[in-house]
Every structure is written in structure tokens, then in C-alpha cells.
Design a protein around this ligand. Structure first.
Ligand SMILES: [Fe+2]
Length: 204
């Protein structure tokens, strides 16, 4: 008897339309006003070569400042808990808690190179505005560094065997993954801003 087991899965969670369109519109309006008014954030973005605007280093209390963001976090919380259960985590009576959240406004020509989110258990992105043709988010096989002598996989291989997998979000899409998983955002070739809200969860 022969048996092949598929072990050590890397799970990526996607949910679409997680908040009503009206609330999404409000989050978009707040995000765009931040991209104009948050001088510290604009300064940081420029100094660090960030294409467009991010509140990553300037505002750490968006859900407290804006009820729209509070409602968004409430919606994401439910998905984070559902995902944690699907990962079979032993949370010892705790649950995933959002401990940082920031807005990204990426214009045409922007990109974000491959990275992980340290000091967190779950990370993710909610997509507020996705112009026609805006790029995907790309996840990388976490074992890639160990595959030096391994043959590349065929182009026709099933998705689960590929070393890079892309997801194209829509407005209202939520993506969640474990924070150690490397990901990147290729060049935004679409006209218009790609607006997203990224966040980290810890166990609390
Ligand atoms: Fe990221």
C-alpha cells in the first residue's frame, strides 16, 4: 500500500464583503482625508520612500479616533477569531486582539517589497478601494529558503504546490494570514489609489 500525506499546511483566509458598502465608503473618506491632513504620516512616507501615504508610523489609535475604524475592527475581530479556530490554535482562554492598524494609500507606480510582520500572531489587510487592474497580494512558500536544490514546480502544478500564490482583492475583501508568512504587493499599474487597511493581531 502506498500513501502520500499532505502535511504542514499554510492557511490563508479570504472573506469578501465583510462590511456594508456604506461603511466602506466612510472608511474610504476618512482614509483619504488622513492622506491629506496627517502631516507626520506624509513626512514619514516621504522620508522612508513609501510610495503614497501610510499612517503606519504616525497614528496608532485610528479605532479610537474614528468610529468608522472601530466598526471595521469589530468586523475583522470575528474573522480573526474564526481563522484562529481554523488554525487549531490552543489559545488558552485568550483570543486574537488587534494591537495595530494602519491605512495605506498607494498611487499608481507604488509597490511593497516582500516582508513579514514581526511580534504578531495574525496579520491581514482589508481592501477599501481597488482600482481596475490594481495588483494582487502575493504570498511566498515559507520553505523557499530551504529549496535551494529542489527542482522548480511545473507551471501546471496545482496552486498548493506553487512557490508564489497571488490573490486579487476586490473592494470589501479581507485577507488574513499568520504573521510569519512573507508577502508582497507588486507594482500598482492601475490609475488611481489602491486604499487598504493593514493590521496585526496578538493573543490577549
Ligand atoms: Fe504586510
Amino acid at each position: 500500500m502506498t500513501e502520500i500525506k499532505d502535511l504542514f499546511p499554510t492557511r490563508i483566509y479570504r472573506a469578501d464583503g465583510i462590511i456594508p458598502p456604506k461603511l466602506n465608503g466612510e472608511v474610504e473618506a476618512v482614509s483619504m482625508s488622513l492622506a491629506v491632513d496627517d502631516r507626520a504620516g506624509l513626512k514619514w512616507s516621504e522620508a522612508h520612500g513609501y510610495p503614497g501615504y501610510t499612517s503606519y508610523a504616525s497614528l496608532n489609535d485610528l479605532p479610537w479616533r474614528f468610529p468608522e475604524f472601530k466598526s471595521l475592527v469589530k468586523a475583522i475581530d470575528k474573522h480573526a477569531l474564526a481563522f484562529a479556530r481554523e488554525l487549531h490554535w490552543d489559545m488558552r482562554g485568550t483570543k486574537p486582539v488587534c494591537d495595530s492598524l494602519w491605512v495605506n494609500v498607494m498611487p499608481e507606480g507604488g509597490s511593497h517589497t516582500s516582508h513579514i510582520h514581526p511580534n504578531s500572531v495574525l496579520s491581514g489587510t482589508y481592501y477599501v478601494a481597488v482600482p481596475e487592474g490594481a495588483g494582487p497580494i502575493v504570498y511566498e512558500d515559507p520553505r523557499l529558503a530551504m529549496l535551494m536544490a529542489a527542482p522548480p514546480r511545473k507551471k501546471t502544478a496545482p496552486e498548493a504546490f506553487k512557490s508564489h500564490v497571488s490573490f486579487t482583492p476586490q473592494v470589501g475583501t479581507l485577507m488574513l494570514w499568520e504573521s510569519w508568512l512573507r508577502h508582497e504587493v507588486p507594482l500598482n499599474r492601475a490609475e488611481g489609489n489602491r486604499i487598504s487597511v493593514s493590521f496585526n493581531y496578538c493573543l490577549g
